[in-house]
Design a protein around this ligand. Structure first.
Ligand code: A2P
Length: 313
């Protein structure tokens, strides 16, 4: 499989298994199935509430001799209530304990949003800490120190806009290597991609097949006419077209599935090659639709807005 190459010569497989919204009772089978299928990259996060089950499956795969730890790429993310230099070490230790690993391959700051330490999910504006009080650069010092301690091999961010990254740039010793954001044919993120290429930051696409569509199903990647037409022409599935399009742009993808057939189907998207014309047809869809809209961080009197987070205000 194609890989993303890092400065220290580590390589991240361009396609991994996503585990957001994978129920704890399903995720064990999903991860074990995926590793048997050939996946070598698993994307996790403390807030998904399933890292312990993911860890059990990884252990089982190692025990069965299917894979060695050093041949797996495991990513996890620092939750919003563990911002602040001193909170990063305990957070990564808990994640490593749950995943039953000695080190992560990649640890990301999950959102440029800080919550008070005892609040996992906010219910009011007062549950947040503004970044003016607790800047990302402070949290980043904690990220750099867990990197230096060898608890993760790489560090990065998620849901960051280019301004957030510019702010962090001069205040960081070790620059963020990855930014994980929503990217798919209905949200191509061309400007962020250009910025990231200039800075040497790799982009990973979450919700690469549109997170199962929105509530009304009025906007769906899997029912988009261009995607459907290409899938028919190339004798593959719409999901595979969406994944292949991101991978052709050198963007890694982490489709979530707990279904055996779809886990296999998504893996086989690495064999789908798109011509420049086919890529252009998808680029021409020209929409800008977020499935993960960030409005869940907006509370009356609170310091965060979706527009501020996406850098569109
Ligand atoms: P399931 O777990 O039942 O397969 P994303 O990674 O973009 O957030 O999308 C995840 C959603 O898409 C989940 O609802 C998942 O459901 C579904 N899904 C995953 N793979 C496919 C596929 N190949 N075709 C259709 N739906 C898929």
């Amino acid at each position: 499989m194609k890989t993303i190459k890092f400065k220290n010569h580590d390589e991240m497989p361009i396609l991994g298994l996503g585990t957001f919204r994978s129920q704890p009772n399903e995720v064990y089978d999903a991860v074990l199935t995926a590793i048997k299928e050939g996946y070598r990259h698993i994307d996790c996060a403390a807030i998904y509430g399933n890292e312990s089950e993911v860890g059990d499956a990884i252990q089982e795969a190692i025990k069965q001799g299917i894979v060695k730890r050093e041949n797996l790429w495991v990513t996890s993310k620092l939750w919003n209530n563990s911002h602040g230099q001193e909170n990063v070490l305990p957070a990564i230790k808990k994640t490593l304990e749950d995943l039953k690993l000695d080190y992560l391959d990649l640890y990301l700051v999950h959102w440029p949003v800080a919550l008070k330490h005892d609040i996992e999910m906010p219910s009011k504006g007062d549950d947040f800490i503004p970044l003016s009080e607790l800047p990302i650069s402070e949290t980043w010092k904690g990220m750099e120190s867990v990197l230096n301690e060898g608890l993760t091999r790489h560090i990065g961010v998620s849901n960051f806009n280019s301004k957030d990254l510019e702010n962090l740039w001069d205040k960081s010793n070790h620059k963020p290597e990855v930014n994980q954001v929503e990217i798919h044919p209905l949200l191509p993120q061309n400007e962020l991609l250009e910025f990231s290429n200039q800075k040497g930051i790799h982009l990973t696409a979450y919700a690469p097949i549109g997170s199962g569509g929105n509530a009304e199903k009025s906007i769906s990647i899997l029912e988009n006419q261009t995607i459907l037409k290409l899938a028919e022409e190339k004798n593959c599935s719409p999901a595979q077209i969406a994944l292949a399009w991101n991978m052709a742009r050198n963007i890694s993808v982490i489709p979530k599935s707990t279904n055996k057939k779809r886990i296999a189907q998504n893996f086989n998207a690495t064999a789908v090659e798109l011509s420049n014309e086919e890529i252009k047809e998808i680029d021409d869809i020209n929409l800008s639709h977020r499935f993960i809209d960030g409005k869940f961080w907006e509370f009356e009197g609170g310091p965060y807005t979706a527009e501020g987070i996406w850098g569109t205000k």
